[in-house]
Design a binder for this molecule. Structure first.
Ligand code: MG
Length: 277
């Protein structure tokens, strides 16, 4: 009797197992129709994963500055200053005169009252790399300490300042779009140490005498993001203790210029890559 019950249970378990392993009564798999999608970029239409679409141009990267060794530019950059050749630069006060700033070993340095310097070549939207060092010997405070500036198109200033334990107004601190937008963080190195800016600038455009598309800035200082695709709301020119310039119409390209603010600030390893607007 007990043996028959055990056998009966065994048969039930076996049948249940076979039932679970049986093929489901599914419809035969149907081949999906091929989906072809197209994308449009800069007026050109491409099939997704189209192998005929041109590959990105090859660029050999430069070396970053490290441990006292000065970096180099990528292969498609315009080298504006390699530490020796100043042929791309001129004084703003006297463009035909001698280079007005002090030359050092692998750098040039602002000279009080010598005025701004600027590139002879003009640029619009661009990627700019520049390295700077504020004076090792700390003199002055607030805006009077290691002040210079990087000007795109000779108009739009990214502030250079010694802000290592130096309080000032926030829209004028190092890395600010002067008078407009403070940096996200203060990532300044100590006075005398070399620092870097990597700037992506898209120029403003103008229509009927008014700004049609405002300028945009993305800036890294010492590799840290300090301006995140910021739309510049107006000019950066100082107009008084609590005033700033507005946009005014100008051409598609302008020189890159560096400010003489009366403090000896050094610059080196400057290169630029032109970008599409
Ligand atoms: Mg300045």
């Amino acid at each position: 009797m007990v043996r028959n019950v055990v056998l009966g249970l065994g048969v039930i378990v076996l049948l249940a197992t076979i039932a679970n392993c049986a093929e489901p009564n599914a419809a035969p798999e149907q081949k999906k129709p091929e989906v072809i999608q197209w994308v449009e970029v800069d007026g050109q239409k491409w099939m997704v994963h189209d192998e005929k679409r041109p590959m990105a141009p090859v660029v050999t990267p430069g070396e970053a500055s490290c441990d006292g060794k000065v970096g180099t530019a990528p292969s498609d950059a315009v080298v504006l200053f390699d530490g020796n050749d100043i042929s791309n630069w001129e004084g703003v006060k006297n463009p035909k005169g001698p280079f007005p700033w002090k030359m050092g070993e692998g750098y040039f340095e602002t000279v009080k009252d010598a005025g701004f310097i600027r590139t002879k070549q003009k640029f619009g939207s661009c990627q700019l790399h520049i390295e700077f060092a504020t004076p090792e010997k700390v003199i002055g405070s607030s805006q009077g300490r290691g002040n210079s500036g990087v000007f795109l198109m000779e108009i739009y200033e990214i502030q250079v300042l010694d802000n290592y334990n130096n309080k000032t107004y926030t829209d004028g601190q190092c890395g600010a779009l002067y008078g407009r937008n403070p940096p996200l963080v203060n990532v300044c190195r100590k006075p005398g140490e070399w620092q870097s800016y990597d700037i992506v600038f898209h120029r403003p455009t103008f229509k009927d005498g008014k700004v049609d598309r405002k300028a945009r800035f993305t800036v890294f200082q010492n590799g840290v993001l300090i301006q995140d695709n910021v739309e510049l709301q107006g000019g950066t020119g100082w107009m008084g203790p609590h005033a700033i310039s507005d946009y005014f119409p100008h051409g598609d390209k302008g020189a890159l210029s560096l400010q003489d603010h009366g403090n000896p600030v050094k610059f080196r390893n400057i290169w630029v890559r032109e970008l599409k607007d």
